[in-house]
Design a protein around this ligand. Structure first.
Ligand code: HEM
Length: 551
C-alpha cells in the first residue's frame, strides 16, 4: 500500500534491517533487496534513510525503476505533487471521427505539424515526432505511436535484457501481438480484418496504411533488442505474407485466423546449410507422391528465425530441375510429423529462436502449395502468382531497414543522455567536441537513412506489388545496406562513448552491448551488404533500361 512520508519519517529507516531511500520524492524499501543489489549492499547503507536521487541516476537508467517499482516502492514524500499527465499517454487518444486533414490519404500533406512527442532529444526520434511537418503522417499515426510506445515502455523495454539471457520472450507477449491487432497489420498490405476480430485500439482497419506498419515496427524496435523484435515479428513478418498473398483460399481460411490471433506461429524456411544468398541452389526436396495428393519433403534448413516455436513453416523446396526454375514454396505443418527443430547458439538476437530444422519424409498435402509449382523463386514477372519469394524479400528488407534505423537511433539516444550525465576531466562528455563529432556522424546517417526509407514506403503505397518489387527492388537493396552500415557505425561509436559500460552486459550500457552483438544478424541475412549493393545497381540498370535509359 502506498503511504505518504515526511523526510524525517524516512530518516528513521536507516539501518540494515530497516533500509529506506528516496528517489525523486518516491520512497523505496530496500531492506530485503540490498543483498541482491548488483551494485552491492554497502553503497546502499551509505544512503540509508536519505535522498539518494543523485547517486541513483548516476548509476542507473529509467528502466530500473520501471522494473523494480512494483516490488520496492512503499510510498511518496508529502512534498510530491500529483503526477503530470504521462508522455506518452497510457490510453492512446482515439483518432478523430470527423473528417479532418488528419484523415487525408497517404501523400496528402496535413496543414499543421503534429504535437511534439517524446523526450525531444534531436534526431533521437523521427522529425514528425518533434513538431516538424510531414507529408506522410496524420493523427492516426500519432495515436498508434502513443499506443505502442506506452506498451513497449511499460511491458517490454525493462525486460528485454532478461529475455535475451533466457533466449525466449514470454508467450504472453506474442499472444498480445495478436490480441492488440498488431499481427494483422504487419503483412505489408491492407489490414487483414476479415480473418480476425482483433483490432488495433488507435487505428481503424480502413485507415491502416504502410506508414502505420512502419511505425509499429519502429516503435517495437525502440526496446533496443533485435532478439525481441525478431521473436515477435521475425518469423511472422516474412513467413505469413506469402501464405496470405499466394496460398489457396481453403488453406488461408483454415490457418490464418489462428496465426493472426497469436495462437499459432509461422516462419519462413528458405536458407539451408549450403544455400544462403544463392537461394537458387537449395536442395531440400519435395517429391510428389504416386497418387498426386502429397509432397514428401526431405532436407535441412538453417538459421530459421522462430523455428523452434513454430507450427507452420513457409518452406522453399526443390520440386523440379536445378536452378531457380525448379523451386516451389510449401506450407509445412509441424503436426504432419517428421519435423525436428533445435535452437542454434548465435552471436546475437538471442531471444529470437534461431533454428536448425530437419524434414524427414514429411507428408504435405498438395493444397499447401503456395503459388505455382517450380515458380516459387522467380518466374515471369507478368504472372502474379510466381514471384512468391522475390516479393517477400522486399518486405523482409524493409523490415530490416526500419529496425536498423531505430536501433541506430537507440544507440544515439542512449549516448546523448549518457553524455549529459557522465563527467570526465571535469566536464560532462557532451562538452567534449570529440564526443559531439561522434554524435553528429551518427545523426546524419540516421536521418539520411530514415528519409530514404519514408520515400520508399511512400512509393510502395502507390505502386502495385509486382511493380514495387521490380522498380523498387534495387533501391530497397541499397537502403538495406545503407541501414546496416549505419547501424554498425552507431553501435560502434556508442560503444566507444560508453566505454567499459558497454563491454559488460546489463546496466547502463546494456542496450549498446546487446545491439552491438545484434549487428551481424542484420548485415548478413536478408541479403548481405555485398550482395545488396551489387543487386542495387544491377536491378536499377535493368529497370531503367526498360524505361529507355540513354547511355
Ligand atoms: C530503487 C533502488 C535501486 C535499485 C532497484 C537498484 C538496482 C540496480 C540494478 C538492477 C543494478 C544492475 C545494473 C543495472 O541493471 O542497471 C544496479 C547496479 C548498481 N547500483 Fe543500484 N539500485 C538501486 C539503488 C542504488 C543506489 C541508491 C545506489 C547508490 C547509492 C546504487 C548504486 C549502484 C551501483 C554502483 C551499481 C553498479 C553499476 C555498474 O555496474 O556500473 N543503486 N542497481
Amino acid at each position: 500500500m502506498s503511504k505518504t512520508f515526511t523526510t524525517s519519517d524516512v530518516e528513521s529507516h536507516n539501518k540494515p534491517n530497516d533500509l529506506y531511500i528516496i528517489v525523486d520524492e518516491d520512497v523505496y524499501d530496500l531492506t530485503k533487496f540490498q543483498d541482491e543489489h548488483p551494485g552491492g549492499k554497502k553503497i546502499l547503507s551509505r544512503v540509508a534513510g536519505k535522498d539518494a536521487s543523485k547517486q541513483f541516476w548516476k548509476y542507473h537508467n529509467e528502466g530500473i525503476l520501471k522494473k523494480y517499482k512494483a516490488k520496492l516502492h512503499v510510498g511518496s514524500l508529502n512534498t510530491k505533487k500529483a503526477a503530470a499527465p504521462p508522455t506518452p499517454p497510457a490510453t492512446p487518444p482515439a483518432p478523430k471521427a470527423t473528417p479532418s486533414p488528419a484523415a487525408a490519404p497517404v501523400g496528402q500533406e496535413q496543414e499543421e505539424p503534429l504535437e511534439p512527442f517524446g523526450d525531444l532529444v534531436p534526431f533521437a526520434d523521427p522529425v514528425w515526432y518533434q513538431g516538424y511537418h510531414s507529408p506522410h503522417h496524420n493523427e492516426t499515426h500519432a495515436a498508434l505511436r502513443n499506443e505502442v510506445r506506452a506498451w513497449v515502455e511499460s511491458d517490454i523495454e525493462p525486460y528485454v535484457g532478461e529475455w535475451d539471457e533466457a533466449k525466449k520472450v514470454p508467450d504472453e507477449i506474442y499472444k498480445q501481438m495478436g490480441t492488440r491487432g498488431y499481427l494483422a497489420g504487419l503483412l505489408g498490405m491492407h489490414y487483414q480484418s476479415q480473418y480476425t476480430e482483433n483490432r488495433v485500439a488507435s487505428v481503424p482497419p480502413e485507415k491502416w496504411d504502410l506508414f502505420h506498419e512502419m511505425l509499429l515496427t519502429d516503435e517495437l524496435s525502440r526496446a533496443g533488442s533485435g532478439g525481441f523484435v525478431w521473436n515477435v515479428i521475425g518469423g511472422f513478418g516474412i513467413g505469413c505474407p506469402p501464405l496470405v498473398k499466394f496460398g489457396q483460399k481453403s488453406l488461408v481460411d483454415r490457418i490464418l485466423p489462428g496465426i493472426l490471433n497469436g495462437d499459432k506461429r509461422i516462419c519462413l524456411a528458405i536458407t539451408e546449410p549450403d544455400a544462403g544468398s544463392d537461394v537458387a541452389n537449395l536442395t531440400c526436396e519435395a517429391k510428389l507422391s504416386e497418387d498426386g495428393k502429397h509432397y514428401i519433403v526431405n532436407g535441412e534448413k538453417k538459421w530459421i528465425t522462430n523455428g523452434v516455436w513454430c507450427d507452420y513453416f513457409t518452406t522453399a523446396v526443390r520440386t523440379g530441375k536445378d536452378g531457380m526454375n525448379g523451386i516451389s514454396v510449401l506450407l509445412i505443418e509441424r503436426s504432419a510429423g517428421g519435423v525436428s527443430t533445435r535452437r542454434m547458439d548465435c552471436q546475437g538476437v538471442w531471444s529470437s529462436g534461431t533454428t536448425y530444422i530437419t524434414f524427414e519424409d514429411v507428408k504435405v498435402p498438395v493444397e499447401n502449395l503456395i503459388g505455382k509449382e517450380n515458380q516459387g523463386f522467380k518466374g515471369m514477372l507478368k504472372s502474379n502468382s510466381c514471384i512468391v519469394i522475390m516479393t517477400n524479400f522486399n518486405h523482409e528488407r524493409i523490415g530490416i531497414v526500419i529496425q536498423c534505423v531505430r536501433f541506430s537511433r537507440v544507440c544515439y539516444e542512449e549516448c546523448v543522455k549518457y553524455a549529459h550525465k557522465r563527467k570526465t576531466f571535469g566536464q560532462s562528455l557532451i562538452k567534449h567536441p570529440v564526443i559531439r563529432l561522434k554524435l553528429a556522424h551518427m545523426a546524419r546517417q540516421i536521418e539520411a537513412s530514415y528519409s530514404w526509407l519514408e520515400a520508399i514506403i511512400y512509393q510502395c503505397g502507390k505502386m502495385g506489388e509486382t511493380e514495387a518489387m521490380f522498380r523498387l527492388g534495387g533501391a530497397i537493396a541499397s537502403l538495406k545496406a545503407q541501414s546496416t552500415v549505419t547501424f554498425e557505425f552507431c553501435a560502434r561509436e556508442a560503444s566507444q562513448i560508453f566505454g567499459g559500460l558497454s563491454y559488460s552486459r546489463g546496466g547502463q550500457g546494456g542496450k549498446i552491448e546487446r545491439l552491438y552483438r545484434d549487428v551481424r544478424a542484420y548485415a548478413i541475412p536478408g541479403g548481405s551488404e555485398e550482395i545488396m549493393l551489387d543487386l542495387s545497381i544491377r536491378q536499377s540498370l535493368k529497370v531503367n533500361q526498360m524505361m529507355g535509359m540513354k547511355l
